[in-house]
Design a protein around this ligand. Structure first.
Ligand code: FAD
Length: 309
């Protein structure tokens, strides 16, 4: 068996999820290669070469890889796919855009959001917003997966003897053109890689209260998240949303203030190591999954914590 991991990166650094995919690949077994498609891959190539457990890094460079079009990514992956039994993408927006294109062209059934590897053909993944874990066995010869990185520990960096292979870039796919990318600036840690996440739900009533929770987050070096109800109300931006239709997070510590614990929200936090819930309703469902629960007013708790810190 040989596994190809499709690296996600920002041209400067790898998405930390790549390290977790190496661990997932190790559970599958066989040789592990990493594929990097970049405008200028020198920095990410160096980083990938230091991950323990990798046999080879394949690098293809072209100016159009600055644009992150899944059409170009999937066509490039298909060029090198023939020698691999498994192709792994991160279950993030880029991976979810490219993986189905690769699976369709290879005429195989993609397995999505893998959270555990039973063996090279058998995988576990959540369905019904995480309320059921399904075990699926593929009959396809080639296996295309999107992998939920938060479910696997990151592989280590260190001394390696990784081989480097340069791949001739494909002719760019011309059916699609890149128009523009708008990136949200955020001084706080990234929600999906933060060690601590503070999330506010409808128990916080307006932007001013979220700003107060933000100040507490800054004292803790934490990222800030929320529920879909708050996003729909226009109080917090979309990219703060945690859950089934938002971001899946796995911090060491998650504190939810005024969040009821709907199944769609819990789907995004259940990999958190410690879950703390503050809610004025002792019957709130979030207390069923919380390690620590405090029946209290959300903002009073935020203020008291900030003062104590
Ligand atoms: P509520 O459910 O209204 O809960 C507010 C909580 O705050 C209550 O428990 C209340 O007791 C408590 N509270 C009120 N005032 C205070 C106070 N002063 N102090 C302390 N506690 C207080 N939701 C997500 O979060 N993420 C998703 O990805 C997501 N995807 C969805 C996908 C689908 C298809 C659907 C149908 C729904 C989805 N939802 C998602 C919405 C989800 O079902 C819930 O509606 C939402 O999570 C509720 O948000 P909430 O906890 O902020 O609000």
């Amino acid at each position: 068996m040989s596994v190809l991991i499709i690296a996600d990166h920002n041209q400067v650094a790898l998405n930390p999820a790549v390290y977790s995919l190496v661990t997932a690949a190790q559970k599958i077994g066989g040789d592990i290669d990493v594929f990097i498609a970049a405008q200028d891959g020198s920095k990410v190539l160096e980083e990938a070469s230091s991950i323990k457990g990798i046999r080879r890094v394949l690098l293809t460079e072209a100016p159009y890889f600055a644009e992150e079009l899944p059409e170009n990514m999937s066509a490039s992956v298909l060029e090198v796919s023939s020698e691999y039994s498994h192709i792994l993408f991160i279950a993030n927006p880029s991976g979810k855009a490219a993986a189905p294109r690769v699976a369709a062209k290879l005429d195989v059934a993609q397995i999505s959001e893998v959270t555990d590897v039973v063996d090279g053909k058998t995988f576990k993944h959540p369905i019904y917003a995480g309320s059921v874990i399904e075990t699926v066995r593929t009959l396809d010869e080639k296996v295309v997966l999107t992998v939920r990185a938060t479910a696997f520990d990151p592989a280590e960096k260190g001394e390696t003897s990784v081989q480097i292979e340069r791949v001739v870039p494909i002719s760019p796919v011309i059916k699609v053109t890149f128009v523009r990318k708008e990136q949200v600036k955020n001084d706080r840690p990234d929600l999906q890689s933060a060690k601590i996440v503070l999330a506010g739900g409808r128990g916080l009533v307006d932007e001013a209260e979220f700003a107060e929770m933000g100040r507490l987050a800054d004292k803790l070096g934490a990222a800030v998240g929320t529920t879909r109800a708050v996003v729909d109300a226009g109080i917090a931006p979309n990219d703060w949303q945690i859950g089934q239709t938002g971001k899946i997070i796995a911090p060491n510590l998650y504190i939810g203030f005024g969040i009821s614990g709907a199944i769609q929200h819990i789907a995004g936090i259940k990999d958190a190591k410690v879950i703390v819930a503050v809610n004025k309703d002792p019957e709130a469902p979030i207390f069923e999954v919380a390690d620590y629960g405090l029946v209290a007013d959300a903002m009073a708790t935020v203020r008291e914590l900030e003062q104590k810190l």
